[in-house]
Write a new protein. Structure first.
Length: 105
C-alpha cells in the first residue's frame, strides 16, 4: 500500500471532517496558522454546522492578526453552538483585545 492509498483508507475510516479537524487543531498548536485555517475550512465545507471548526479557525485568524475574520468566525461559532460557553469566551476575548487597541493599551 502506497502513501496515497493509506491516506485514502485513513480518510474513509475516520471521516474527512474529523481527520481535517484533528490536523487543523495540531497545526494551530504548532503555529502553522494558515494550514490550520485551510483544514478548518475543509471541515466547515464538509459540515457547515461544525461550530468548533468556526471557533478554532477564528483563533487561527486571530493569531495571524486577522481580527475581522476571527470575529466573524467567533460569531458564527456562537450561532451554531448556542449552548457552548467557550464560543462566547473566544468572542469576548477578541472584543476585549479590540477595545484595548482602541484605547491605546
Amino acid at each position: 500500500m502506497d502513501r496515497r492509498e493509506l491516506l485514502e483508507l485513513m480518510l474513509l475510516l475516520i471521516g474527512v471532517g474529523r481527520w481535517a479537524w484533528s490536523r487543523g487543531f495540531a497545526r494551530h498548536h504548532i503555529g502553522q496558522y494558515w494550514e490550520a485555517i485551510s483544514d478548518f475550512t475543509a471541515v466547515i465545507e464538509h459540515n457547515p454546522s461544525h461550530g468548533f471548526a468556526y471557533g478554532n479557525r477564528g483563533m487561527s485568524f486571530y493569531k495571524l492578526g486577522r481580527r475581522a475574520a476571527a470575529e466573524e468566525d467567533f460569531v458564527r461559532s456562537i450561532e451554531v453552538l448556542t449552548h457552548d460557553i467557550q464560543a462566547y469566551i473566544d468572542n469576548s476575548y477578541s472584543l476585549v483585545k479590540r477595545y484595548d487597541r482602541w484605547i491605546g493599551r
